[in-house]
Ligand binder design. Structure first.
Ligand SMILES: C[S@@+](CC[C@H](N)C(=O)[O-])C[C@H]1O[C@@H](n2cnc3c(N)ncnc32)[C@H](O)[C@@H]1O
Length: 293
């Protein structure tokens, strides 16, 4: 299957990521390798290590990067382990382009989307990780589910949705996206359901973050990548929701105050209206960058 993912803020990423035109670079969210391919294309002497936890993404990236393979090494793993995965290398720049890729979202069998009614509720970015969305919603307590929907989805109906989930699973286990969407629709009062966007959007976002422990991985991942940078090396993070952006902002500020880093983006960089028009995923993207001093 073809891997179609339009990279967000490609020019801005190049500007912030590259500190040395002959350096060694780290892309910890390789995905379709859109950003990495641009880097390797633009600078004939750079080398790259690319990481992804999704073997389908790595296989697609290997094809895209085949012309540059003598300058590229691909590693499967979770970026929260980056310092352990790459103990012997130092990098001139590290890139985090968070979230899921379009192919992960579009493939019904991955279970990320509320638009595929028959899809199993999976949502693991790493298909070998032990816990799926189905496991969480069928086994966790109402209060754990409520907390996750509230914290990771900022879903104001979290309590009602959690109660409806627990009531529904008493009748039979909840297995598909479509079943969960119907439960969410029943839980949110009709008047509120007409407000902004698909009623299942926040719940699905929350479950994805929970299944993949995305915030925990981000905190550990950016610290790990930071430890792998040479002085003058740069860390670039593109986030897609406020919880991620807040974590990145605070960590960067701390390094700045400790005088071990210099923040390069006083305010987050966002996509131009033209880019958002062409690629709606770019709408919520926020890029922050910092140099190690
Ligand atoms: C938005 S896509 C990256 C797209 C890429 N920058 C491009 O231009 O094609 C994010 C990728 O990061 C991967 N990913 C997300 N969290 C990860 C983690 N904790 N460890 C490793 N890979 C992760 C996902 O599997 C996905 O392939």
């Amino acid at each position: 299957m073809e891997f179609q993912h339009v990279s967000v803020m490609p020019n801005e990423v190049m500007n912030y990521w590259v500190s040395d035109p002959q350096g060694l670079y780290l892309d910890v969210t390789l995905g379709g390798a859109g950003h990495s391919r641009r880097l390797l294309e633009a600078f004939s002497a750079v080398r790259l290590v690319g990481i992804d936890q999704d073997p389908q993404a790595l296989a697609a990236a290997a094809q895209v990067l085949a012309p540059y393979q003598h300058r590229v090494r691909l590693v499967r793993g979770n970026f929260r382990e980056v310092a352990r995965l790459l103990p012997d290398e130092k990098f001139h720049g590290a890139l985090f382009d968070l979230g899921v890729s379009s192919p992960q979202f579009d493939r019904p069998d991955r279970g990320f989307s509320y638009q595929h009614a028959e899809a199993p509720l999976d949502m693991r970015m790493d298909p070998d990780s032990p816990v799926t969305a189905m496991d969480l919603i069928n086994t966790r307590s109402a209060s754990e589910i409520k907390d996750a929907l509230w914290q990771y989805g900022e879903e104001r109906w979290a309590g009602r949705i959690a109660d409806f989930i627990v009531a529904a699973r008493r009748r039979q286990p909840i297995r598909t996206s479509g079943e969960l969407v119907e439960i969410i629709k029943a839980a949110i009062p009709a008047g509120a359901r007409r407000e902004g966007g698909h009623p299942a959007r926040r719940t699905f976002q929350a479950l994805r973050i929970w299944v993949n422990d995305e915030l925990g991985a981000l905190v550990e991942g950016i610290k790990g990548a930071w430890s792998l940078l040479v002085p003058g090396g740069r860390l670039v993070v593109i986030s897609f929701h406020s919880l991620e952006d807040r974590l990145v902002k605070h960590q960067f500020r701390q390094w700045h105050h400790e005088q071990v880093g210099q923040v390069l983006t006083k305010h987050p960089v966002t996509a131009t209206p033209e880019e958002v028009e062409a690629n709606p995923r770019a709408r919520s993207a926020k890029l922050r960058a910092i140099t190690k001093t």
